[in-house]
Design a protein around this ligand. Structure first.
Ligand SMILES: NC(=O)c1ccc[n+]([C@@H]2O[C@H](COP(=O)([O-])OP(=O)(O)OC[C@H]3O[C@@H](n4cnc5c(N)ncnc54)[C@H](OP(=O)(O)O)[C@@H]3O)[C@@H](O)[C@H]2O)c1
Length: 222
């Protein structure tokens, strides 16, 4: 299995993971959906294959995903990041590129609220949980799973890509450009993620107010 034309997902069985899996499999990528449970991963992979009429998605345990992929999306709830990454610690190598999508969002009195960790952002928190030789980029934090799952429609939105290693960030931008209608924007170093993550809270508010599910963002340059 070539790891260059393969993407992996840690926690790929959830809403965002499945949406990303559908988009990359639509673009001809092999997609490895990770889970804590092998069986659950296989069920979601079967759903992706059935939707697309293809065989590009497979399901495995999260640790196996790391063996077979270079580019790995982290798509788990923020509160489980540390325990999950610690449990996978011995499986990371310096060839891995983790693409963090997490947002520290929770609902307080039914209102979407950003619970900023002391590191300043989910991105910096994820960095503190990863071995130092693993490359980290953030993306898709403001892209709704609902929009991703509607594979027949181009996404028609931007995504902000942040990271400290210019070469790795460029690779991830090239990778994301394979998603139909997605425009990845180099938003700067990893620390800029602290300004991206609150935009997700805004998107959730707007979805609620406008009775929508797929609010997203586009940067206008005039
Ligand atoms: N949903 C969106 O539209 C959206 C948009 C932008 C960013 N995000 C961010 O993307 C991340 C995933 O969101 P989501 O809506 O896809 O979440 P989700 O559906 O609630 O969960 C995703 C997956 O996380 C795994 N998980 C749950 N509890 C866990 C635990 N205790 N330890 C380890 N893994 C656990 C589960 O996989 P297994 O049970 O198979 O292990 C689950 O399928 C979040 O950080 C969110 O802020 C979401």
């Amino acid at each position: 299995m070539s790891s260059e034309k393969t993407i992996g997902l840690i926690g790929g069985t959830g809403n965002l993971g499945k949406g990303i899996a559908l988009r990359f499999a639509s673009a001809g990528f092999k997609v490895i959906i990770g889970s804590r449970k092998n069986e659950k991963a296989k069920i979601i992979a079967d759903q992706v294959n059935k939707t697309l009429g293809s065989t590009l998605a497979i399901g495995m345990q999260n640790s196996e995903v790391l063996k077979h992929s270079k580019y790995i999306f982290l798509t788990i709830p923020f509160q489980h990041v540390r325990t999950t990454l610690e449990s996978l610690k011995t499986h990371f190598t310096d060839r891995h590129v983790i693409i963090d999508t997490t947002v520290p969002l929770s609902f307080v009195n039914k209102k979407p609220t950003l619970q900023v960790p002391k590191e300043g952002s989910a991105a910096s928190y994820v960095k503190s949980c990863l071995p130092s030789n693993v490359k980290l980029v953030t993306a898709l934090k403001t892209v709704s799973s609902h929009a991703l799952e509607e594979v027949s429609k181009p996404l028609n939105r931007d995504t902000f890509v942040c990271g400290d290693d210019a070469k790795t960030k460029k690779e991830v931008i090239t990778l994301l450009s394979n998603i139909d209608g997605l425009n990845p924007i180099d938003a700067g170093p990893l620390e800029v993620s602290r300004y991206v993550e609150p935009m997700t809270v805004l998107a959730v508010h707007l979805n609620k107010k406008m009775k929508q599910k797929s609010v997203g963002f586009k940067v206008v340059i005039e």
